[in-house]
Design a protein around this ligand. Structure first.
Ligand code: ZN
Length: 429
């Protein structure tokens, strides 16, 4: 009864909600100024800006009354512990790394909402039936070492030690970065939450798409996350003089990569209901105006809500690449760096979240799949997961124009607080 009363009081306190909303907005601004680049927001894994952001998040979690630690990989974990001997862990998480020239909401919004959710409960001394964890994942985008979901992979116990040999654009290995910051790579796995100790996972993220704008809704449920693969492709031709080499005897690696890229676009367009495919990063060697490109390496990011269809398309694209290479007498190399199957959000957690959206007076309960990958993908291997999307203007993301209205953040916060109350009630006997 006491708990129920407290829950009703705390979830309807509009002054507290306004204060928390202002704090989130202030902190979003503060984090957005911490960048490795002077003229845009870029915060890659374990750079100076990344460390500075982690210290700040660490202090905010302490301010919220949480027991805070930083693990070897760089995740910041704040815990509000339950007194119960058999308590399991419920995690609210998102990431604090960014892509290059990023927006300020992708990642931090979920972290800051999580801190507020825990702070409200802590303030009222709510007796939790589970350990509540707020985790700021060190790296989700994989911008530095092409390791998507790096931080959450450690917490889920899925860290791949082969990643340690990967090098960044300057030739520094992942292992060197960890050891240079005083970490021991052998202890990375010690930071996981064992599968039997998980209760569940919740993540709030901007939608990064246009649906909520079109529907004029501030938030919605996420039904699941599309399957995703990342491939590193390389083309080895022959460098030569741009003025003296006749056009019909060249082995131009960039022309091969260009033909391949257009073919990928064509396959994507022909299967647009089920597939998106992107070549987003390209390195040309020697990258000189008067030399025929001898070597090209590039990324391929390919996604589908249907995992087996994605596998089929990957195979088809690889075959087409080999054909282009053969036709142009060029060497073709294909390395599948990552494959994540499609995941579904958990029915029971979804139900609690649906009730919370209704209690938050949102006019419609909408459920959509996510084409973007999130840390929930990694956690879904060991625990039931749930996600809430927040509207971002025109669906623009991975771009400095990324924007979320203050009133939408407030609506998200209200729904999140109701969700915590629902979760506590569901696990309180
Ligand atoms: Zn993100």
């Amino acid at each position: 009864m006491f708990l129920q009363m407290m829950v009703i009081i705390t979830s309807t306190n509009t002054i507290q909600t306004a204060v928390a909303n202002d704090r989130i907005l202030r902190r979003l601004e503060e984090l957005s100024t911490i960048s490795d680049d002077n003229d845009c927001l870029s915060r890659f894994y374990f750079t100076a800006a990344h460390q500075q952001a982690s210290d700040l998040i660490h202090s905010w979690m302490e301010e919220a009354g949480l027991d805070v630690t930083k693990d070897t990989i760089g995740n910041i974990r704040g815990i509000y512990r339950s007194d119960r001997a058999d308590a399991k862990h419920f995690v609210i998480g998102s990431h604090y790394d960014t892509v290059h020239d990023a927006g300020k909401y992708d990642g931090p919004l979920g972290i800051l909402l999580g801190i507020e959710m825990a702070q409200r409960l802590k303030k009222y001394g709510i007796d939790l039936p589970f350990h509540l964890n707020c985790i700021a994942f060190a790296d989700e985008e994989g911008s530095r070492f092409s390791t998507a979901y790096l931080g959450s992979s450690v917490i889920a116990g899925n860290f791949d030690h082969e990643w340690l040999s990967r090098k960044d654009d300057r030739g520094v290995s992942f292992q060197e970065v960890i050891e240079g910051n005083g970490g021991q790579v052998n202890s990375i796995s010690d930071d996981q939450i064992p599968q039997e100790d998980w209760l569940g996972y919740f993540e709030v993220h901007i939608e990064q798409g246009p649906v909520l704008c079109k529907q004029d809704l501030p938030v919605c449920l996420v039904s699941g996350i599309a399957a995703q693969a990342r491939v590193n492709v390389s083309w080895k031709g022959m460098a030569g003089h741009a003025g003296t080499s006749p056009m019909d005897i060249r082995n131009d690696a960039l022309c091969a990569a260009a033909e391949f890229t257009l073919l990928i676009e064509d396959i994507g367009k022909k299967n647009k209901e089920q597939l998106v495919a992107t070549v987003g990063k390209l390195n040309v060697s020697p990258n000189t105006s008067n030399v025929i490109p001898g070597m090209v390496t590039h990324s391929l990011d390919i996604r589908s809500p249907n995992g087996s269809f994605l596998s089929e398309m990957i195979e088809l694209i690889q075959t087409k690449g080999k054909e282009i290479a053969q036709k142009r007498t060029i060497e073709f190399d294909w390395k599948l760096m990552q494959f994540n199957p499609a995941i579904d959000c958990d029915d029971q957690l979804q139900e609690l979240l649906e009730r919370s959206i209704k209690k938050g007076n949102i006019s419609q309960v909408l459920k959509i799949p996510s084409g973007a990958g999130h840390d929930a993908v990694m956690i879904s291997a060991v625990a039931p997961v749930s996600m809430l999307f927040v509207r971002c203007t025109e669906g623009i993301s991975h771009n400095p124009l990324e924007y979320v209205e203050s009133s939408d953040i407030k609506d998200a916060l209200i729904v999140c607080n109701h969700f915590m109350d629902e979760l506590i009630s569901a696990h309180t006997i």
